[in-house]
Design a protein. Structure first.
Length: 338
């Protein structure tokens, strides 16, 4: 899909181009899957920073204003702004004014917080997502400092960068972080009740229904202590910490290729209970598979499977294990013992 206004001025400031992409996204276009957008965003650190900044402003404005008539009117005018009117100023300044006048809230873009003392250690547990991936293919995003995060299906993070800190919260799902180390600005990832601090590293964090898992791929991380226990440091690639409420933390060694296979949409199971394997496969979309026979739920399954087709996964199981698969009218599959 062509975007003439993005191509027209190759010397445009990153903030201006970010605003133009933002307007297209708000109009309903899936710009974050657009090759032109990806090439622009990932082509320079300034572009990635401008996009994260503009997206944060837009999210803050949208969540704070709701359906206030004055905000809606000003936002409509902003969306109609011509590209040669410096869209970041035309669109986002109008949104800021709407919030102050119509909602009575003090509004500050992300850049105005750089240099301020953090009011909190990072995004709250109910923060609006900065980056999110729905069901489907994992996606990689550039953070403002050049670090990168790959989000699994049904995953989201909130990002809060300030002068002395880089704070991220994993709101749901699973994320792989490749961090640009900066001793002056610690990089932290908060989960439900724990915080992972980068020590120059690449690592994976996953939130399950109950457990939180941290897997080290490179470098080292420190994981804050559970109540009454010491902090835990992972310093050997392949170390994995599993934290479950009311249980002691468990640190083991895992096969990194298997543990991180989700990034290539290949799912690797090793003696995994069938119910857990089905839940993982369903994360990636498509008509769902269901274990409708409780006696089959604990059946251990192993092997490598392609994500994105739960029915095919179920049919593959039937070729190897003692299970029966019935295709439903919606294209999904019900699994029972046989």
């Amino acid at each position: 899909m062509s975007h003439p206004f993005v191509q027209a001025d190759q010397d445009a400031a990153p903030e201006d181009t970010a605003a133009l992409w933002l307007l297209r996204r708000d109009a309903g276009q899936d710009v974050e899957s657009d090759p032109q957008f990806i090439a622009w965003r990932d082509g320079a650190p300034d572009n990635a920073r401008a996009w994260a900044h503009a997206a944060s402003i837009w999210q803050t404005a949208g969540s704070a204003s709701g359906d206030d008539p004055l905000f809606v009117a000003l936002r409509r005018d902003a969306l109609q702004a011509r590209p040669d009117r410096r869209p970041l100023v035309a669109a986002l300044t109008a949104m800021a004014a709407a919030l102050v006048v119509a909602v009575g809230l003090a509004w500050f873009p992300l850049s105005s917080r750089i240099g301020a003392t953090p009011a909190q250690p990072g995004p709250s547990i109910d923060a609006a997502p900065t980056f999110a991936v729905a069901a489907g293919t994992p996606n990689t995003f550039a953070l403002p400092d050049g670090s990168r995060v790959t989000l699994n299906a049904n995953s989201a993070i909130a990002v809060d960068y300030r002068a002395g800190s880089r704070a991220v919260r994993l709101l749901r799902g699973q994320a792989y972080f490749s961090v640009v180390h900066d001793t002056q600005r610690p990089f932290t990832v908060a989960t439900r009740a724990r915080t992972i601090t980068d020590l120059g590293t690449e690592f994976d964090v996953r939130l399950g229904d109950r457990a939180m898992t941290v897997t080290l791929a490179k470098g080292a991380v420190a994981v804050s202590a559970a109540p009454g226990r010491d902090d835990i440091r992972l310093s050997t690639p392949g170390q994995q910490l599993v934290s479950t409420p009311n249980q002691a933390d468990a640190v083991t060694r895992v096969d990194l290729t298997k543990a991180l296979s989700w990034r290539t949409r290949l799912l690797e199971f090793s003696e995994t209970p069938l119910a857990d394997a089905v839940a993982e496969v369903n994360r990636y979309g498509g008509p769902s598979a269901k274990v409708v026979d409780p006696t089959a739920a604990t059946l251990p399954v192993s092997g490598q499977y392609r994500a994105g087709d739960p029915t095919r996964f179920a049919q593959s199981l039937a070729e190897v294990y003692r299970v029966r698969v019935r295709t439903r009218g919606d294209g999904g599959a019900d699994i029972t013992s046989r």
